[in-house]
Design a protein. Structure first.
Length: 301
């Protein structure tokens, strides 16, 4: 098979591992910088151009689209879908998961456990918003934040009110969530491929922080998850429509709660912590499922 990896940096661990795994299994792998692609959008002969050549003979495409280039990256992915190229994750599923508010609403609709979450527009709603999530301490998140950036823990009412007022005054959208104290700064990253969790790791925040993201200095270790946690992760990925996803779960006194569903999960931390060949399993999933035109949306999403 000929497989394209949409990645801005071929030196990234995840990109290198996918190239390595695909090559070892006898496939031709090409890393394509999504921002260097340009498209001919027409009814009968749509095409994708890259550095002066036409990309028209791929069997599958693996999108590794960063959050900052979601708009253009998913536009390019839709073009591949229009050409009938099999996407590991479809464009509509990626945009769905990248919208924090929309993704939480979809998960809630399916009855998947979530932290109590509030969303508001007007500053005069702040008092009721704080009460809605159970009062301080509480977590305030920028909708556009990634990798723990734009996440604040407000431990008192005055701090929560000040931070919310500041964010709303800047005209940015925020979520306000209950703080799960019993989690003690840990969460679980479940790596879902297809209909099963293939690996899981527990991430621990560094001392003095509550954000467990490895990018923020957190540490990772192998963890055994419960059947309920396994089921929750798979259901969350399916709700987003993702074939491959990193589902972040927090353990609470009333069961597993989903924090986020990531459409381009990094492989470094979880492969290191678990010793699993995640990249190889992703390639095997493509081998099993990739067929010309096997795209639910065909670029319509």
């Amino acid at each position: 098979m000929k497989i394209a990896i949409l990645s801005r940096d071929p030196k990234l661990y995840s990109t290198q591992r996918l190239v390595e795994a695909g090559t070892q299994r006898g496939h031709e792998i090409k890393v394509v910088d999504v921002l260097r692609c340009y498209m001919n959008i027409t009814s009968h002969r749509p095409s994708i151009h890259y550095k002066g050549s036409i990309l028209d003979d791929f069997d599958a495409v693996i999108p590794r689209i960063g959050a900052t280039v979601t708009f253009y990256g998913t536009a390019v992915l839709r073009q591949f879908e229009m050409l009938g190229v099999y996407p590991l994750n479809e464009s509509v599923a990626i945009t769905r998961s990248r919208d924090k508010l929309r993704s939480l609403q979809l998960l809630a609709r399916k009855g998947i456990g979530l932290p109590v979450t509030g969303f508001a527009h007007a500053p005069d709603d702040i008092d009721d918003l704080i009460k809605m999530v159970g009062g301080p301490p509480l977590v305030i998140k920028l909708l556009e934040g990634t990798q723990g950036i734009g996440v604040v823990l407000a431990e008192t009412y005055q701090a929560a009110e000040s931070v919310i007022q500041a964010f709303l005054g800047l005209k940015v959208h925020i979520l306000v969530q209950e703080y799960i104290a019993e989690a003690k700064g840990t969460d679980i990253r479940c790596l879902v491929i297809g209909d099963k969790v293939v690996a899981a790791m527990k991430r621990q925040a560094r001392e003095g922080d509550f954000r467990s993201n490895i990018h923020r200095g957190g540490s990772a270790a192998l963890v055994r998850i419960t059947p309920e946690e396994r089921s929750t992760a798979v259901r969350a990925a399916k709700t987003m429509g993702l074939n491959v996803a990193g589902v972040d779960i927090i353990r609470s006194n009333h069961g597993p709660l989903v924090l986020e569903v990531n459409s381009s999960p990094g492989l470094n931390g979880i492969e290191t912590a678990t010793g699993r060949d995640i990249a190889g399993q992703i390639i095997q999933f493509i081998e099993k499922n990739a067929r010309l035109g096997k795209t639910r949306t065909r670029g319509k999403g």
